[in-house]
Write a protein that binds this ligand. Structure first.
Ligand code: AMP
Length: 392
C-alpha cells in the first residue's frame, strides 16, 4: 500500500512516498518557495536527485505537480494508488495523544490551537486542505508533535504561574518533536531488547529538545508551551529568566513581536557567536580560536548536560542516552563534550565509536554506567507507520 508522508510549512512542502508495510521509500522531495517568486522543487528517485523550477502559487499546485511526477516516473499509475496521507502537525493541545484520521472536528481543533503554534498549525491546515482536494479518495491523518508528550504528569507540565493561566489560556508544557522522540525511544527499546527502560532522548538539531522516557512513555520534556523553551538552540534562547523580556522591552521600546523575533531568530548559538546558528559554522569558528564561538558552544553543551542530569535524577537512573537530529547524529565534537560532561554519573565515551556520522551506533565505552547511542531519527517513517495502522 502506498502512503504519503507530508510536512507542510507556510512556503514549503516536504514529502516521502512509502510502500507499506515494507517501509520502502519510493520517492521523496521538497517543494520550496510556494507562494513566492523563484519557486522550485527537488525530487529524489532511485538515488538520483532532480531539481526543477516551477510556478507554485499554492500548496494545491505543488500536490498536482507531485501527482504528475509520480505518474511520469511510473511510481503510480493513477492518483488513487496513494491510499493514505499522513500530515505532520505540531500542536494538538491536550486533546490529541495519538495520531487521528482528519475530519472537520480535527481541523477545527487545529484552528483552535493555532495561537499556540502560529507558524505551524495554519501551514499544516493549508497542506491538509490542498491534499484533500488533490487526493480525493485518500485517508488523511494528523500526526501531532505534541502527542507523545501527553503522558506527562501535571507536576511536570504545569508552570508555577497563576492557575487560571492554565484553565483560561492553556498555559502548560506541551513539548515538541514528539514524533522524533517516539521514533528513537521505540528503536532504543528494540536495541535493548526490552520495554521496561529509562531513556533520555536528545533531539538536537536546529531546534532541540530533550525527553525523559520511562517504559516507552514520555514523563518529561524540555520544550514547553512553545518551542522556545529548554536547551539553547541554533537561534532560540531556550530557558531564560522570563523577566528579561519586560526589562528589555522597557529599555528598548521593542514590541512583543519584535522581542519574540529576537528570542527565536537572533538568540542561541547565533546570538552569542554573532557568526551563525549552524553548529558546523560554530565548529569552524572554534578551530580558528573565535572566542564567541567557544563561549556559544560551551553554553550550548552546558544546558544539554544539565537537562540530561536532571532527567537522570528524575528517572532514578537511565539505561540509555540517545543522540539524534542534525547535531546529535553528526557532530562528533558536540557529543564528546556532552558525554565527557556527564563523567560524574559514570558515563563514558568510546572515542573511536563516537567517530561516526548519521548512522546508528553505540558510542559509550564498555564500562560506561549508561549506554549512549546515535540513532538517526525518521519522523516521516513514523508518520507513515501511524497512518498505515489507521488504514487497517
Ligand atoms: P536538523 O534541524 O535536525 O535538520 O539539524 C540541522 C542542524 O544540524 C544544522 O543547523 C547543523 O547545526 C547541524 N549539523 C548538520 N550536519 C552537521 C555536522 N556534520 N556537524 C555538525 N553539525 C551538523
Amino acid at each position: 500500500m502506498k502512503i504519503l508522508s507530508v510536512n507542510a510549512g507556510s512556503s514549503s512542502l516536504k514529502f516521502q512516498l512509502y510502500e507499506m508495510p515494507e517501509e520502502q521509500v519510493l520517492i521523496s522531495g521538497v517543494f520550496e518557495r510556494i507562494g513566492i517568486d523563484n519557486s522550485f522543487y527537488t525530487i529524489k528517485l532511485n538515488g538520483e536527485k532532480i531539481k526543477k523550477e516551477a510556478d507554485l502559487p499554492d500548496h494545491k499546485k505543488a500536490f498536482e505537480i507531485l501527482v504528475n511526477e509520480l505518474i511520469d516516473n511510473k511510481v503510480i499509475a493513477s492518483c488513487d494508488e496513494v491510499k493514505a496521507i499522513g500530515h505532520r502537525t505540531v500542536q494538538g493541545g491536550e486533546k490529541y495523544d495519538h495520531t487521528v484520521v482528519i475530519d472537520e472536528d480535527v481541523i477545527n481543533d487545529m484552528i483552535k490551537y493555532s495561537p499556540l503554534a502560529p507558524l505551524h498549525n495554519p501551514a499544516a491546515i493549508t497542506g491538509i486542505k490542498a491534499a484533500q482536494e488533490v487526493f480525493k479518495g485518500a485517508l488523511q491523518t494528523a500526526v501531532f508533535d505534541t502527542a507523545f508528550h501527553a503522558t506527562m504528569d501535571e507536576v511536570n507540565y504545569m508552570y508555577p504561574v497563576p492557575y487560571e493561566w492554565y484553565t483560561k489560556y492553556g498555559v502548560r508544557k506541551y513539548g515538541m518533536h514528539g514524533t522524533s522522540h517516539r521514533f528513537v525511544s521505540m528503536r532504543i527499546n528494540q536495541i535493548l531488547g526490552r520495554e521496561d527502560t529509562k531513556v533520555i532522548t536528545c533531539h538536537i538539531g536546529n531546534g532541540a529538545s530533550i525527553s525523559a522516557v520511562v517504559n516507552g512513555k514520555c514523563i518529561d520534556t524540555s520544550m514547553g508551551l512553545t518551542p522556545n523553551a529548554g536547551v539553547m538552540m541554533g537561534s532560540r534562547c531556550g530557558d531564560i529568566d522570563c523577566s528579561i523580556v519586560p526589562y528589555i522591552m522597557e529599555q528598548t521600546g521593542m514590541t512583543t513581536k519584535e522581542i519574540d523575533n529576537e528570542l527565536n531568530k537572533k538568540s542561541g548559538l547565533l546570538g552569542i557567536s554573532g557568526v551563525s546558528s549552524d553548529s558546523r559554522d560554530i565548529e569552524d569558528g572554534i578551530k580558528t580560536g573565535n572566542e564567541k564561538c567557544i563561549l556559544a558552544q560551551d553554553m550550548y553543551v552546558r544546558r544539554i548536560i544539565n537537562y540530561i542530569a536532571m532527567y537522570y535524577v528524575e528517572m532514578g537512573g537511565a539505561d540509555a542516552i540517545v543522540f539524534t537530529a542534525g547535531v546529535g547524529e553528526n557532530s562528533i565534537s558536540t557529543r564528546k563534550q556532552i558525554v565527557d560532561g556527564l563523567a560524574a554519573l559514570g558515563i563514558k565515551l568510546d572515542d573511536e565509536a563516537n567517530n561516526c556520522r548519521g548512522k546508528e551506533n553505540l558510542i559509550s565505552s564498555e564500562d560506561s554506567s549508561v549506554k549512549c547511542y546515535v540513532i538517526p531519527t525518521d519522523e516521516e517513517l513514523m508518520i507513515a507507520r501511524d497512518t498505515y495502522e489507521l488504514t487497517k
